[in-house]
Ligand binder design. Structure first.
Ligand code: HEC
Ligand code: HEC
Length: 496
C-alpha cells in the first residue's frame, strides 16, 4: 500500500515537470515574506514551591518579569491555570494568591502569549503540606494529618437509604478535629470529663451506669444514649425528649450543662466563651482548626460542626442482620443466614398487632432501626431516673435499635431513658403488657400522653399476647442487630 502511494506521487511530480517545460515567462518573484514572529521562550523556569493548608500563598510566577523572554519584544500576556483547579488558589497578572484547602499538590501552568500566535508554557508544582508539629508532639504519632483514617467515604449497604447530613457532611479534617474534642478532658471545667466519659466505645458509645457522672460528681438526669448510626435516620431532633433541634445544636449542650462538662456560666462557673479561650491556648487546636476550617478561629458553631462530624461518622453495619439483608430483596423475606427463631422474631418485629405481630416496626423502622420522626407520646416508660415517683412523658426518641446489646449478647448499659430495663426480655415483657397506673390522676395523664400506636382499638394498651416462645424469637432477632467493628475500630478510639 505504501509502495503504491509512493509510485503514484512520483508520477504526479513527473507530469508536473513535463508540463512546465520552459515555454512561458516565469512569474515575478513573490515579495519577501515579513520577518517571522519570534515566539516567547522560558528563560528562567519556576522552581517547585511549598504551601501549607490554611496558610496564605503569595508568589509571583513571572519572577519579576524574568520567567519568559521574547526576542522581538512583543508584550506578553501571562495566564495561570491550576490542576486541581479547586484547591483555593487564584492568580492575576502572574501572581498566585490564596490558601490551599486540602493536601492535594497543585500543578501550576504559566502561559506567556505574545499576541501574534506565539506562546510558551512553564509548569511547576506547589507541594501542599500541613503544619502539625504540635499535633505530633501531643499525640505521639496517633494522628497524622497526611494519612487520616477514612471518615468521609464509609462503605454503607445499598439498602440503607436514610441520611440526614443537615448541610454538614463528614470530612476527614472535620472528623479528626471532632475526635480530639470528643476525647479531650480539657473540655471540662476541672479537666476530668470528656464526651467519652459517658459515651464509651466498648459500650456502643453509651455508659454502664444508669445515670452518668460529670464534673464534681454532678449526675445526668437520664441514661446516656448510644451514638451509633446517628446520621442514618429520619428523626432530626436529638436527646430522649428531642429538645435539641439538630445534631449540631446538640453537640455543645453537654459542654454548657452544669453537671456534664460544667461550662454553664451559672453559680460562678465559667461559660462557653471561657472554654473557647482555654482551647485557643492549646497549640494542637490551632493546627487542627486551621486544617479543618482554614484559620485558627475557635467558635461555638465550629465546635458543633466538628463534634457532629465525628459522631455522625460512627457507624455499625456489619451485623448478622446485615449479612442476611444483603442476600434478599425485602426485609420480610426469610434471611438465609438466620435460624428459624431469628426469622420468626423478625416477622414478629415487622408485623402489626393484633394479628400475631408485636408492631415494633411502627416506631423503630427497618433496615436502619432508627426511631420514627412522628412519635408524639411516650412508650409506657415514664418514671424519672432520679425519682421513680415522678413521671416524665417527654421521651419520644430512642437510639437505633442496632447494638442495643454487645457482640456477646450482654446489654450496652441499661435500656430506656431511665435505664429501667436491664435485659431485652424485660423490654419485651414491657411492650407485651404495658403497665398502666391504676390510680387517678396518674392513669388519665399516662393514657393522655401515650403514643396511640400502643393503644390501638381500645382505650388502654392491649396485651400483645406473646407466648414465651415468641418472646424468645423476638429477643433472638434483636440480638442479630449487633455489629462488631464499631466497638474496637481505632478510628473512633481515643487519640490521647
Ligand atoms: C456526664 C455524661 C455525659 C457527657 C460528659 C456527655 N454526654 Fe452526651 N449524653 C449523655 C446523656 C445522659 C444523654 C441523654 C440526655 C437526655 O436525653 O436528656 C446524652 C445524649 C447525647 C446525644 C444524643 C443522642 C441522640 O441520639 O439523641 C449526643 C449526640 C451526645 N450525647 C453527644 C455528646 C457529646 C458530643 C459530648 C461531649 C461534648 C457529650 N455527649 C458529653 C451523657 C453525657
Ligand atoms: C409507639 C412507638 C414504639 C413502639 C411501637 C415500640 N417502641 Fe421501643 N421505644 C420507643 C420509644 C419512644 C423509646 C424510648 C422511650 C424511653 O426511653 O422513654 C423506645 C425504646 C426502646 C428500647 C430501648 C432503646 C435504648 O437504647 O435504650 C428498646 C430495646 C425498644 N424500644 C424495643 C422495642 C421493641 C422490641 C418493640 C416491639 C415489641 C418496640 N420497641 C415498640 C417507641 C416505641
Amino acid at each position: 500500500m505504501l509502495k503504491n502511494l509512493f509510485i503514484a506521487s512520483s508520477a504526479v511530480v513527473l507530469v508536473a515537470c513535463g508540463g512546465g517545460g520552459g515555454t512561458t515567462t516565469p512569474p515575478p518573484p513573490p515579495p519577501p515574506p515579513p520577518p517571522a514572529n519570534q515566539a516567547p521562550v522560558v528563560a528562567s523556569a519556576n522552581a517547585d514551591q511549598n504551601g501549607q493548608v490554611g496558610f496564605d500563598i503569595n508568589y509571583d510566577a513571572t519572577q519579576g518579569g524574568t520567567t519568559f523572554t521574547d526576542a522581538d519584544g512583543d508584550t506578553l500576556t501571562i495566564t495561570v491555570t491550576f490542576n486541581p483547579a479547586d484547591n483555593g488558589l487564584a492568580a492575576a497578572g502572574g501572581t498566585i494568591t490564596g490558601k490551599p484547602q486540602r493536601l492535594n499538590d497543585v500543578t501550576v501552568t504559566v502561559t506567556a502569549d505574545d499576541g501574534n500566535g506565539g506562546t510558551a508554557n512553564d509548569t511547576f508544582i506547589i507541594n501542599v503540606g500541613v503544619d502539625q508539629n504540635a499535633i505530633q508532639a501531643k499525640f505521639n504519632g496517633n494522628i497524622d494529618l497526611t494519612n487520616l483514617p477514612n471518615y468521609e467515604n464509609p462503605t454503607i449497604p445499598a439498602y440503607i437509604t436514610k441520611l440526614t447530613e443537615n448541610g454538614n457532611p463528614v470530612t476527614n479534617a472535620g472528623a479528626i478535629l471532632g475526635r480530639v474534642l470528643f476525647y479531650d478532658t480539657a473540655l471540662s471545667i476541672d479537666d476530668t470529663i470528656s464526651c467519652a466519659s459517658c459515651h464509651i466505645q466498648a459500650q456502643g458509645f453509651s455508659d454502664i451506669d444508669v445515670v452518668s457522672v460529670g464534673v464534681l460528681g454532678g449526675e445526668t438526669r437520664r441514661h446516656s444514649m448510644r451514638l451509633i448510626n446517628t446520621q442514618y435516620a429520619n428523626e432530626v431532633n436529638f436527646f430522649w425528649d428531642e429538645r435539641a433541634i439538630s445534631h449540631e445544636a446538640q453537640e455543645t449542650m453537654p459542654l454548657q450543662d452544669f453537671n456534664e462538662h460544667g461550662f454553664s456560666g451559672t453559680n460562678g462557673r465559667p461559660d462557653i466563651n471561657d472554654l473557647i479561650t482555654k482551647l485557643e491556648a492549646l497549640e494542637y487546636y490551632q493546627e487542627l482548626f486551621r486544617f479543618a476550617f482554614l484559620d485558627t478561629n475557635i467558635t461555638e458553631p465550629r465546635l458543633q460542626l466538628a463534634l457532629a462530624q465525628f459522631t455522625k461518622s460512627i457507624n455499625s453495619f456489619d451485623s448478622k442482620y446485615d449479612s442476611g439483608r444483603a442476600q434478599v430483596a425485602n426485609d420480610t423475606d426469610n434471611f438465609p443466614n438466620f435460624s428459624a427463631s431469628e426469622n420468626a422474631g423478625k416477622n414478629l418485629f415487622l408485623s402489626p398487632p393484633p394479628r400475631g405481630g408485636a408492631g415494633c416496626f411502627r416506631c423503630h423502622s427497618a433496615p436502619e432501626f432508627d426511631i420514627m420522626p412522628n412519635i408524639n407520646g411516650h412508650n409506657g416508660i415514664v418514671a424519672e431516673a432520679s425519682d421513680p415517683t415522678l413521671a416524665d412523658f417527654t421521651n419520644t426518641r430512642a437510639p437505633t435499635l442496632r447494638d442495643v446489646v454487645k457482640p456477646d449478647g450482654s446489654p450496652n448499659g441499661q435500656m430506656m431513658h431511665n435505664g429501667s430495663k436491664a435485659t431485652l426480655r424485660s423490654v419485651i415483657d414491657h411492650y407485651n403488657n404495658i403497665p398502666v397506673p391504676v390510680t387517678e390522676p396518674e392513669r388519665t395523664q399516662f393514657l393522655d400522653n401515650i403514643d396511640m400506636r400502643l393503644v390501638m382499638m381500645s382505650s388502654t394498651p392491649p396485651s400483645l399476647n406473646l407466648s414465651e416462645a415468641e418472646k424468645q424469637q423476638l429477643e433472638d432477632f434483636l440480638k442479630t442487630l449487633t455489629g462488631s467493628n464499631v466497638y474496637t475500630d481505632p478510628k473512633w478510639s481515643s487519640p490521647f
